[in-house]
Design a protein around this ligand. Structure first.
Ligand code: NAP
Length: 482
């Protein structure tokens, strides 16, 4: 069992108190590197979710709102708490998710960055008077907190994803009811241990855990929850749209991706390979922004494949707590089997193995070696679906038009990447790609300072940047006649 000063309580948190009315109903949390159960956490009943919403409602202040200074202080305190505890939170994160400890600490820094950004820019949420005086009135625009927000997060960035939502919710003055993924509730409990020591109003942040169907139903059906912010699969996102339609709830949805990574013949191939390694293997390839289809110009495909294989063959796979490990285990058996199925399918349909192992050679456990295949096409699962694992599928292309069309040949529109030395071509390709994020000569993903989100079936809304800061407020216009 995991032990940590940040995990002294393993329960939900409602109205400023650790709460457990689950009556012994628990679920197991595993270390994917060892298969061991490292904690048991409560599977909370629907009444607890309702209590959390009620606590949130009591913390919402409309007529006498929390001042900008107060809200900034909350954000700064959480930022500082994360920074001071980066190693310990990173350790907990590594043990329940599997990603290397150092990388996990980097995720804690990333999370702190969102609280920092919102603290620095919170003034933008102050009311302002517009310079014109239409209709003989003075017009003031206020940014009102939307109300109690349900925040639902995935397991792939256990601290990063909640930071994006919670920083903007607190900046707006919105209380929240937070549900972490069942694979990774411990990092969230650690965050709540930090917040428990801060001067946050009771009910401002509430933690619920357990069956997604139970929690989702209460959050979707409660008229006291006017907004849901969800990061996860497009499949669940679609369900939330349907389940909240009656109430016309505001939804912020960060959903799945199927990122094209385009390497033109004039690209710096070493830079493209280095960036692909960093982009693709972060979190073991289990990120929404990682390259899922690599399109390489046919003239440079062999050279690029060799560069990739050279780098991939030096990577170390193992328990993320061990020094020098580049890639940890996949989060669960379901995820492992999916990557294996994608590899098997690609090889059966004619792709060739450039680096890695045949599916039959893969051993026990959840460790999947970094694998590169060449000759991928749109009939293969790895082209159509989000693989979510360390498989690099390369397809060939000849022309710019053809590769823009191929890149867009997916219902998703989250992240994409283009490597070329030609600035005009990069501009044309970026404009043609229907993706919320287009890296040009970089494989970097989102940052707290810039808006990030999906087009098409990858979502609704943005997190990060000023756009993200405004997600949890509703503009209210007050024209004053005299
Ligand atoms: P998931 O299965 O959709 O689950 C995400 C969260 O939703 C979990 O907390 C899950 O709870 C909960 N959930 C499941 N069914 C629900 C329901 N009916 N009502 C309410 N909540 C429900 O996704 P995942 O496997 O954790 O995450 C991987 C996916 O997230 C990938 O598709 C990835 O691309 C996407 N993602 C997108 C972004 C982005 O910024 N766009 C970022 C990261 C990840 P349980 O864990 O208890 O089932």
């Amino acid at each position: 069992m995991i032990e940590s000063p940040l995990l002294e309580k393993l329960t939900g948190y409602i109205g400023g108190r650790w709460t457990d009315s689950a009556q012994g109903n628990t679920f197991d949390v595993y270390n994917p590197a060892t298969g061991e159960v490292i904690a048991k956490v409560p599977s909370m009943p629907a009444e607890d979710i309702e209590a959390a919403i009620a606590a949130g409602k009591s913390a919402l202040k409309l007529t006498n709102p929390y001042s900008i200074e107060t809200r900034r202080k909350w954000l700064e305190d959480i930022r500082d708490g994360l920074k001071d505890n980066r190693e310990e939170i990173g350790r907990i994160l590594c043990m329940e998710h599997g990603k290397p400890w150092k990388e996990a600490q980097g995720e804690v820094d990333y999370a702190a960055g969102f609280f920092d950004y919102c603290a620095k820019h919170i003034q933008a949420l102050d009311a302002h008077t517009i310079p014109e005086k239409p209709k003989d009135c003075t017009w003031t625009v206020h940014y009102r907190p939307i109300g109690v927000a349900g925040l639902i997060t995935p397991w792939n960035f256990p601290i990063g994803m909640i930071a994006k939502k919670l920083s903007a919710a607190l900046a707006a003055g919105c209380p929240s009811v937070i549900k972490p993924a069942s694979e990774t509730p411990l990092t969230m409990i650690a965050l709540f241990s930090l917040m428990d020591k801060l001067d946050l109003p009771d009910g401002m942040v509430n933690l619920v855990m357990g069956k997604a169907s139970v929690i989702g139903k209460v959050l979707c059906e409660s008229p006291d929850v006017p907004m849901l912010s969800f990061t996860g699969s497009t499949e669940v996102g679609r369900k939330l749209i349907v389940d909240t339609a009656d109430q016309v709830k505001k939804l912020a949805l960060e959903l799945g991706g199927n990122a094209p990574y385009i390497v033109f013949e004039d690209a710096d191939l070493d830079a493209a390979a280095d960036n692909l390694i960093a982009n693709k293997f972060r979190g073991g390839g289990q990120t929404c922004v990682c390259a899922n289809r690599i399109f390489v110009h046919e003239k440079v495909a062999d050279a690029f494949g060799e560069k990739l294989a050279e780098r991939v063959n030096k990577m170390t796979v193992g328990d993320g707590m061990n020094e020098g490990v580049d890639i940890g285990p996949l989060v669960n058996k379901q995820g492992f089997d999916k990557v294996k199925r994608h590899l098997d399918d690609a090889l059966q349909k004619g792709a060739s193995l450039v680096a890695g192992k045949q599916p039959g050679e893969l051993g026990d456990g959840l460790f999947f070696p970094p694998t590169v295949v060449l000759g991928v096409n749109r009939d293969m699962c790895c082209y159509q679906e989000e693989t979510f694992g360390p498989l690099v599928p390369m397809a060939l292309f000849r022309t710019e038009e053809e590769v823009i069309e191929a890149g867009n040949d997916t219902e998703f529109g989250l992240a994409s990447y283009v490597f070329t030395a030609d600035a005009e071509r990069a501009q044309r390709v970026a404009a043609g790609l229907r993706f919320g994020h287009v890296g040009w000569n970089t494989g970097t993903g989102p940052t707290p300072e810039a808006p990030f989100g999906g087009m098409k079936a990858s979502g609704i809304g943005r997190e990060g940047g000023l756009e993200g800061l405004f997600e949890f407020v509703e503009p209210q216009t007050v024209p004053r006649g005299f």
